[in-house]
Ligand binder design. Structure first.
Ligand code: IPM
Ligand code: MG
Length: 360
C-alpha cells in the first residue's frame, strides 16, 4: 500500500535524524512491499528563515492532508540564535504548538523503556536499573498552561506576567479514555499524576478520570501527586505502566522518564487526534550544539517511525521489525556517543541508521 508521509525535518539535528528514519522506512517498504512517499515541509526556525513565520498555512494543510507526519525537532540555541529575538508567538516553538493545536493532536504518547542492553547507561542505582521499567507517559498536548490566556502588563504600577491553566471536562475525558484504552493493551494500570492538593484543574482531572475508570474495571487505577511522581520515577520506575497527566507536568516528567532510559535520544513519541492520524517525533530537542556533526542518536526518531506504522497505519508486523532491529544493534554493542561508556567505540548518526536498516 502507498502512504503519504509529511516530513518536517526542522532545525538542529532534525534533518540528520529524520533522514535516518526515512532510510529505515524505505527499507521496510522494500521488504514488505509498501510505498512511503515523503513530502518535505518547513516548520520552526527554517520556516522563519524562509517565510518569516514558524508555521505556514501550507505546512498545516499539507500535513493535515497526509496520512501521518514524521518530524525531527525545531528551535535553536535560545541564548544566541536570532530566532529568539522575535516575540514569543513568532519563535520556532510557536510552530510546534501551532501544528499540535491546528491538527488537534491532544494525546501525546511517550514510551519510556529501559533496554536491558542499556542498563549501564541508566543513571539510576544498579538495583533499580536491574528491575527495568516499561511505562507509557500519556501527556495532554493541546490544553493547560501552554494554550491558556497569557499576558505581561503593568498592574497598579507593578509589572505582572500571567499564564492561565485551564481544562474543561471534555478535554480531560477524551485523553483519559485514550489512556485507559492503551492500558488495556499493556499491563492494565493507570496512574493519574496531578497537583490536586493545590489546583482546581487537577481536582477536575481526578473527578473525570475516576468516572472514566469505572468503564475499565480490569484496569488498576491510582492517583499520585506530581512532586511525588518526580521522586518515584527515580526511586522505583518499575511501578508505572500508563502515566496520565496534563500538558506541563507531562513535559517535565517525560524528560525525566527519558533520561532514566539512558539517553533522551532513545525516547520516541506519538501525538494523536481522535482518528488514526498522528505526528511522530523524538521527545528530545534540536540539540543545536551537536547539529551538523553526524553524532546525534537517530534511534528515538526511528522508533517514532515504528510508532507511526503501528498507530496510524496499523502495520504491526513492520513496526515490530523496526523495534527488533533497534534491539539487535544495541545487543551487538553499537552505540552512538550519548549511549557510550567512557572509552567505548561509537558509531555516527548515519551509521546507526544503516545498521538498523540492514537488520530489517
Ligand atoms: C516537547 C518540547 C516542547 C514542549 C517545546 C519545544 C515547546 O519540550 O515536545 O516536550 O514543551 O512541548
Ligand atoms: Mg519537553
Amino acid at each position: 500500500m502507498k502512504y503519504r508521509i509529511a516530513s518536517i525535518k526542522g532545525d538542529g539535528i532534525g534533518p540528520e535524524i529524520v533522514t535516518q528514519a526515512q532510510k529505515v522506512l524505505n527499507r521496510v517498504a522494500e521488504k514488505y512491499g509498501h510505498e512511503f512517499e515523503f513530502k518535505e515541509l518547513l516548520m520552526g526556525g527554517c520556516s522563519i528563515d524562509a517565510y518569516g513565520i514558524p508555521l505556514t498555512d501550507e505546512t498545516i494543510t499539507e500535513a493535515g492532508n497526509s496520512d501521518a507526519v514524521l518530524m525531527g525537532s525545531i528551535g535553536g540555541n535560545t541564548a544566541t540564535s536570532p530566532w529568539y529575538k522575535l516575540e514569543p508567538s513568532k519563535r520556532p516553538e510557536a510552530g510546534l504548538l501551532g501544528i499540535r493545536k491546528a491538527l488537534n493532536l491532544f494525546a501525546n504518547l511517550r514510551p519510556a523503556y529501559l533496554y536491558p542492553e542499556l542498563k549501564d547507561a541508566c543513571p539510576l542505582k544498579e538495583a533499580v536499573a536491574q528491575k527495568g521499567f516499561d511505562m507509557m507517559m500519556m501527556r495532554e498536548l493541546t490544553g493547560g498552561l501552554y494554550f491558556g490566556e497569557r499576558y505581561t502588563k503593568e498592574i497598579e504600577g507593578v509589572m505582572t506576567a500571567v499564564d492561565t491553566l485551564s481544562y474543561n471536562e471534555k478535554e480531560i475525558r477524551r485523553i483519559a479514555i485514550k489512556g485507559f484504552d492503551i492500558a488495556m493493551k499493556r499491563r492494565k494500570k493507570v496512574t493519574l499524576v496531578d497537583k490536586a492538593n493545590v489546583l482546581d484543574s487537577s481536582r477536575l482531572w481526578r473527578k473525570i478520570t475516576e468516572e472514566v475508570s469505572k468503564d475499565y474495571p480490569q484496569v488498576e487505577y491510582g492517583v499520585m501527586l506530581v512532586d511525588n511522581c518526580a521522586m518515584q520515577l527515580v526511586k522505583d520506575p518499575a511501578q508505572f505502566d500508563v502515566v496520565l497527566t496534563e500538558n506541563m507536568f507531562g513535559d517535565i516528567l517525560s524528560d525525566e522518564a527519558s533520561m532514566i532510559t539512558g539517553s533522551i535520544g532513545m525516547l520516541p513519541s506519538a501525538s494523536l487526534n481522535e482518528t488514526r492520524f498522528g505526528l511522530y517525533e523524538p521527545s528530545g530537542g534540536s540539540a543545536p550544539d551537536i547539529a551538523g556533526k553526524n553524532i546525534a542518536n537517530p534511534i528515538a526518531t526511528i522508533l517514532s517511525a515504528a510508532m507511526m506504522l503501528r498507530y496510524s497505519f496499523d502495520l504491526d508486523k513492520e513496526a515490530d521489525a523496526i523495534e527488533n532491529a533497534v534491539k539487535q544493534v544495541l545487543k551487538e554493542g553499537y552505540r552512538t556517543i550519548d549511549l557510550a561508556k567512557e572509552g567505548e567505540e561509537t558509531v555516527k548518526c548515519d551509521e546507526m541508521g544503516d545498521l538498523i536498516a540492514a537488520r530489517i
